[in-house]
Design a protein around this ligand. Sequence first.
Ligand code: SF4
Length: 431
Amino acid sequence: MTITASVDLTIRDITAGSAEGETCTPELAAAPWTFDTQPPGYGPGASLGDVLPTGSPRQGALPAFYRTASPVELDRRIRDAKRVLGDRLVILGHFYQRDEVVQYADYVGDSFQLANAAKARTDADAIVFCGVHFMAETADLLSAPDQAVILPNLAAGCSMADMADIDQVEECWEQLMELYGSEPDADGRVPVIPVTYMNSSAALKGFCGRNGGIVCTSSNARTVLEWAFERGQRVLFFPDQHLGRNTAKAMGVPIDAMPLWNPHRALGGNDESGLEDARVILWHGFCSVHRRFTVDQIDRARAAHRGVRVIVHPECPMPVVDAADESGSTDYITKAIAAAPAGSTFAIGTEINLVQRLAAEYPQHTIFCLDDVICPCSTMYRIHPGYLAWVLDELVAGRIVNRITVGDDVSVPARIALERMLAARPPVPAA
Ligand code: SF4
């Protein structure tokens, strides 16, 4: 892959004053080992003020060599290690990963595509996942037990996934069971079906597996909600309120039948009557990157580019999705651009690394990000070539570092929830 656009280099140029523009946070330009250790030491997209979850993994200090090595030296070590390890190693790069890392990936895709790619590579002993923590967990769930899944920097978490922890979800479930009971209605539908977005911890996937629930991705959220409504009177959807709201709204669920659940308040901040009529209870979570997009940005794009096609990710807020021409997953966005006639203009509402890569790959189109402030997913950005070189050198030396494993108590029910998702099919239209 030829890399002609790099968020990493653009950010460095902006903060060094040699390029115009701004970044969502100047700290992104600092070396990741500095960035990682700045208080609070962990933070999503645009919000470095988020609190570090107590149970989240901590990354120890990178050995000095990798902190001081030049990009050329790191590149040489990574390529040497790949050559030595051969087919015993597979490197996965998420669409939102920086180009400086993606260039070494054997597969590039969204989290579920990558987990499946890992599953297909049964010859690989080590799967190095250049994404975030929940993605590595999913790869561990789907790969063989003797394959080691490695996350090069343990501080690469996901702010959205961290907004719903298992204790909060268990507590919410208890309150809902108390309110609704557990008896099915006359049609055999249980009171609530839990649905978790793929962007969640394995513990939440396990929770869904144990409680008759299911996992969804941004590509199949509608099919999964249809599956859930066949079996339940209502859905508890976590952690992303926007994906839940946008999908349910497109299915005709009224907005006032979608109360928000704030885990820090009794009954999620709702009264009993509001919950009685609920069809989808939305967890108070969001993606810090996608919530930056606004209707104003869309208006400006339309004013500046006649005929522009605006496509946004369904993790964006509802007014943004409503104002766009289309909304869809990263897979949808890449396919829409690939299928468009030459000379098309796209304004895209998703993470900047993917948008810049698409712009470089399709020079026959004009492709730009709706948000002109450079804001990558800053937790994924923590996977720097220095971390990648370190974990690969350790593998060459016969040592596995930063392995991500999901215990059987969680992995068994989590796989059940994933299998339900894989088996879910859109309802057959009435003849
Ligand atoms: S883009 Fe948003 S949802 Fe995706 S990994 Fe980053 S913080 Fe999480």
